[in-house]
Design a protein around this ligand. Sequence first.
Ligand SMILES: [Zn+2]
Length: 63
Amino acid sequence: METHDTRDDRATLATDPVCGMEVDPATAAATSEYQGKTYYFCAVGCKNRFDKDPQSYIGAQEP
Ligand SMILES: [Zn+2]
């Protein structure tokens, strides 16, 4: 009997906009909401950098 859980967690990963690391929203070290969207960070330091200047990390994207 197979007991190995092979859920595809890749689909649930978010990308840390500061460093580009893949972050699991369930275990993210920090989160921040900006313009109605939630961003996930691998570390509090990344969130702090994002909060200081969010546009520099997501400004290139179209609204
Ligand atoms: Zn990061």
